[in-house]
Design a protein around this ligand. Structure first.
Ligand SMILES: *[C@@H]1O[C@H](CO)[C@@H](O)[C@H](O)[C@H]1NC(C)=O
Ligand SMILES: *[C@@H]1O[C@H](CO)[C@@H](O)[C@H](O)[C@H]1NC(C)=O
Ligand SMILES: *[C@@H]1O[C@H](CO)[C@@H](O)[C@H](O)[C@H]1NC(C)=O
Ligand SMILES: *[C@@H]1O[C@H](CO)[C@@H](O)[C@H](O)[C@H]1NC(C)=O
Length: 296
């Protein structure tokens, strides 16, 4: 079947001196226009584009050992947007929280801009290797696993120069847990990201949480049987040190969790209670043999 189809198409390409999609018998004219416009657009945009050169503005004018802030344009913005989160596990003895996160990262690259009227297209999808991308670093985590296929990452580029990519991650982060009120405890954990290789005055990091998952219905799907997530907020914190050298900005997601005490009731207290009750009844049961009494 596939063979027949293949021959059929090969035949077309030989019989006419045009590409498949130029044959309007098989393809819609709008699609043909779109593919052509897109090719022209990509050729033009990437003509002088070097994916190894970063768009981050570096302050080179140094006045009195301080970077020249007045004469520089806006600093480069980088945003991590949390689209979904799922709590996998909280490990109390090792003070760790495991979560799966679906993140969208976006930034601006002034070289990836075009006149959308001229090309009749407002955005394009490209392989990420074609464009320059920052690397996301998780700050203070034990383990991070990136589920993307490393060879086929995709990005979406808007005509304004805004670039978007998607990152599904599994993160195991350190979280100081306060167990005093167990099993009625509430915990707060923070998962932070940063761009540590850039000087802190060159890059501004932002974190955002998708509004709909912050609502009660959204939050209720993120916990597990043991924990309920009561809030999820984004914040940016700067770690400032006196020497100014080690300063770093952290784009964080703060997760507040409440333990479900009924989990312990059903999983531990109730089963132990039943087993103990049966054992005790067993001891006083009239017909029970002596050996099993002895074992108790
Ligand atoms: C081509 O696509 C456009 C837009 O989807 C549609 O309006 C038009 O009817 C299609 N033409 C043909 C020949 O299928
Ligand atoms: C970066 O974000 C800040 C605050 O939202 C904004 O004022 C500034 O224009 C942004 N810079 C760029 C280059 O987009
Ligand atoms: C964008 O392209 C359209 C159509 O080619 C042209 O009329 C318009 O002047 C262009 N705009 C700019 C800002 O170059
Ligand atoms: C732009 O694209 C739309 C949809 O594909 C098409 O209907 C329209 O004719 C195009 N305009 C130009 C100027 O090519």
């Amino acid at each position: 079947m596939y063979c027949v189809l293949l021959l059929f198409f090969v035949d077309i390409s030989f019989s006419e001196d045009e590409l498949y999609f130029e044959n309007l018998e098989f393809y819609n004219k709008s699609y043909y226009d779109f593919l052509n416009n897109q090719q022209t657009l990509i050729n033009d945009v990437f003509k002088n584009y070097d994916a190894t050169v970063s768009p981050v503005y570096m302050r080179t004018t140094i006045i009195k050992d301080e970077y020249d802030i007045q004469h520089s344009p806006n600093i480069w913005n980088y945003t991590v947007f949390l689209y979904y989160l799922k709590l996998l596990e909280i490990d109390e003895p090792s003070q760790k929280i495991d979560v799966a996160m679906e993140l969208i990262e976006y930034w601006h690259d002034a070289r990836l801009t075009w006149n959308y009227t001229k090309y009749n297209q407002t955005s394009i999808y490209v392989r990420q290797e074609k464009i320059w991308s920052p690397t996301l670093y998780a700050f203070g985590v034990n383990e991070i696993e990136d589920f993307r296929d490393q060879d086929f990452r995709q990005a979406s580029v808007h005509f304004s120069g805004q670039v978007f990519t998607y990152i599904p991650l599994r993160i195991s982060a350190n979280c100081a847990l306060d167990m005093q009120l167990f099993p009625f405890d509430k915990q707060t954990c923070r998962i932070s990201f940063s761009q540590p290789i850039y000087y802190y005055k060159e890059v501004q990091v932002f974190s955002q949480v998708y509004e709909l998952i912050q609502k009660k219905e959204g939050l209720s799907t993120m916990g597990n049987s043991e924990w309920e997530i009561t809030s999820l907020v984004a914040n940016v914190r700067s770690e400032m040190f006196d020497d100014g050298f080690g300063n770093i900005q952290l784009a964080a997601f703060v997760i507040t969790l409440k333990r479900n005490p009924m989990y312990y009731f059903y999983m531990i207290i109730l089963p132990s209670f039943i087993i103990n009750t049966i054992s005790i009844i067993g001891v006083f049961l009239k017909g029970a043999d002596r050996m099993s009494k002895a074992r108790l």
